[in-house]
Design a protein around this ligand. Structure first.
Ligand SMILES: Nc1ncnc2c1ncn2[C@@H]1O[C@H](COP(=O)(O)OP(=O)(O)OP(=O)(O)O)[C@@H](O)[C@H]1O
Length: 617
């Protein structure tokens, strides 16, 4: 994925980003956007109108023969002043409402984009994680902020043009001096905001590590080990070290900003003071009227004040643009698992022959070692296949390639002879049921924990109960305080009953629910069971494997287990060693061959054999 250089979007890049922000805000609420634009234009014209009316009224009062229409001017001044006082409140409300609506639209767009990432690679890439975090934390409100800043700039521009015109009419050189004096400020502010955005990106790692340690200290998952091993001091110190690192960098930025701002304020004060001295001298010489001095002072202060605020808004806009880049990068990220460019995209057919790994090479990252080194094997349709091997051999990696969470680095995975990359990913996954080794425990109700496996039947309580019966967890769920409605968490209450207390399940109980979730896809083309009985007691394990044997009968399944007695009746056992399938066959074949499998099986079997009676002391 091409990640834009965050510090320098370039003029055209900035224009494209702004256009995208306006488009999103327009989609969120066009009425509010138009209302805010109108309010902004009026607010921009008010200060100049007030200054001009004040001057005119003063000049008329001090004229030897006052002209008519004074009352109209005074009423006009009152209306303009009142409008000027009321508009900020109205603008503030419109601004807040526009931000709320755009944030909602932005959040929907961002999370829909994240949901479209088919693979796991991006979630494991630290550079992408940094951008994702910036996009998630700061992205959704930025379009509205950008638009709001843009409108503020428009308002400032209207005011500046008005005051500069007034100044130019009285002292053209002063209009030039005031405007030129603002240029260094603009340059310095833009440089500052660029440094700030760059620093925020660089601090992404530190900030994630800081959150990681904070989470370890306060999370219930880590609470046991943190307490037993007394880790909170260590993690707390590391968290503080990361926070100090972040503070050091942001403090340096703030100090730089303070120095620059002080210099710029001194420059502005000198220009304003000089202008005032000139105006007073000119008035004494009879070149300016009292009204002229009032409007001159207002114009200099107005231009400087508005220029200052415009520059601040510009810097904020620049900063928002730099943040918005990450949001756009995520939202516009190309598909992470594209289909093969030179072959047609095909619907996924029901599996008839089998799934073949053909000379598959795979590593998680070019910098990491190969996990698979030319693995070739077949999972035959309608048969029970088992996958065994030592820890880290690559069994779960094979499962992830089967579900197409990654694509092979070389070689191909073929579904009835068709490369998986020719299928729409979501369609392929609908044909697969799986219990992963690191399955999820959802802090939702028991029924939902099962029903999530098959969304169309999420509310079909009878189907869920039937699945639970097949997975052997119906009785366990029935015994929970609210049966299938029991909330499996101690952290959230149900919306309608805040007093309801949730339940925490044991590891084995969660595992049974995960099994049931996979079973909701009964009749799927491929059932993957990665260590489905790892957390179960001996009784439960035996019972589950007996059930699985029945369920796998005639179905295409892949079972991974370190308990070799559980895989012995698989039609084919694949033994993964050194990144390839080194042995395959039935239990009997492999035992006869006397290879790695036979060695592992004999080792496990010896652990279950009784010691001879005379060997006991
Ligand atoms: N997401 C990942 N990123 C980088 N390396 C990974 C990732 N997942 C696994 N690995 C590495 O790939 C290798 C194979 O891991 P895998 O989980 O496939 O092994 P396994 O055979 O399932 O092991 P076990 O029996 O312990 O479950 C290991 O060396 C592991 O460190």
């Amino acid at each position: 994925m091409n990640i834009t250089d965050a510090a320098r979007p370039g003029f055209r890049g900035a224009a494209r980003l702004l256009a995208a922000a306006i488009a999103l805000t327009w989609r969120a609420s066009r009425t509010l956007l138009v209302a805010q634009a109108v309010t902004t234009l009026i607010a921009g014209a008010v200060p100049v109108t007030v200054a001009w009316l004040t001057k005119t009224i003063l000049d008329r009062i001090t004229e030897p023969a006052p002209a008519g229409g004074l009352l109209i001017l005074v009423v006009g001044l009152a209306v303009a002043t009142m409008t000027g006082a009321m508009l900020p409140e109205v603008g503030q409300y419109l601004d807040a409402e526009l931000i709320r609506r755009t944030q909602l639209a932005g959040q929907q767009e961002l999370y829909a984009a994240i949901g479209r990432f088919d693979g796991l690679g991006r979630f494991e890439d630290p550079a992408f994680q940094d951008r994702l975090e910036l996009a998630v934390n700061n992205g959704p409100p930025t379009p509205a902020q950008l638009v709001s800043n843009g409108l503020s700039l428009l308002q400032n521009a209207v005011t500046i043009v008005g005051f500069v015109a007034v100044l130019a009419g009285m002292a053209p050189w002063m209009a030039v001096v005031v405007t030129v004096a603002a240029l260094p400020t603009l340059r310095a502010e833009l440089a500052l905001s660029r440094s700030r955005a760059k620093t925020m990106l660089q601090l992404g790692h530190a900030s994630r590590r800081e959150s990681f340690y904070a989470e370890l200290i306060s999370s219930v998952t880590a609470a046991k080990e943190v307490r037993l091993y007394g880790l909170s001091g260590l993690f707390g110190a590391r968290m503080v070290a990361e926070l100090r690192k972040i503070n050091r960098r942001t403090r340096n930025l703030d100090l730089r900003e303070l120095r620059v701002q002080t210099l710029l304020t001194a420059l502005a004060a000198t220009v304003a003071g000089g202008g005032l001295v000139w105006a007073v001298l000119a008035a004494r010489a009879g070149d300016l009227s009292v009204g002229d001095i009032v409007v001159f002072t207002a114009a200099v202060a107005g231009v400087q004040g508005v220029l200052g605020s415009a520059i601040n808004v510009l810097a904020r806009t620049h900063q928002s643009l730099l943040t918005f880049i990450h949001y756009r990068d995520v939202v516009q990220a190309p598909p992470d698992l594209p289909t093969l460019p030179d072959r047609p995209v095909l619907p996924v057919p029901a599996l008839r022959a089998g799934i073949e790994f053909r000379d598959v090479w795979f590593r998680y990252n070019p910098a990491l070692p190969w996990v698979l080194r030319g693995a070739s094997f077949t999972i035959t349709a309608g048969e029970a296949t088992a996958l065994v091997g030592l820890n880290g051999a690559g069994k779960s990696t094979i499962v992830k390639l089967l579900c197409r969470f990654y694509d092979p680095t070389h070689g191909a995975v073929l579904w009835d002879g068709v490369d998986l990359r020719q299928f729409p990913v979501a369609e392929l996954r609908q044909r697969i049921g799986a219990v992963f080794q690191d399955f999820m425990s959802y802090e939702l109700s028991a029924a939902e924990n099962i029903g999530l496996g098959n969304l169309p039947s999420l509310d079909d309580r009878e189907a869920i109960a039937e699945t639970a019966r097949r997975a052997g967890c119906d009785a366990m769920v029935q015994r929970l305080p609210d049966g299938y409605d029991t909330l499996l968490t101690r952290f959230f209450a149900t919306e309608d009953d805040s007093e309801a207390v949730g339940v925490m399940l044991s590891g084995g109980q969660w595992q049974r629910l995960a099994l049931a979730r996979a079973f909701t896809r009964a009749g799927c083309d491929l059932l993957i069971l990665d260590e489905p009985s790892a957390g179960l007691d001996a009784d439960a394990e035996h019972e589950i494997h007996t059930r699985l044997r029945v369920l796998r009968e005639g179905a295409t399944s892949l079972l991974i287990s370190h308990r070799l007695s559980a895989v012995r009746d698989a039609r084919t056992i694949l033994v993964v060693t050194d990144g390839v399938v080194a042995e395959h066959g039935t239990h009997q074949d492999l035992m006869r061959a006397g290879g790695r499998y036979a060695h592992l099986f004999s080792l496990q079997a010896s652990g279950y054999r009784d010691e001879p009676a005379n060997a006991t002391p």
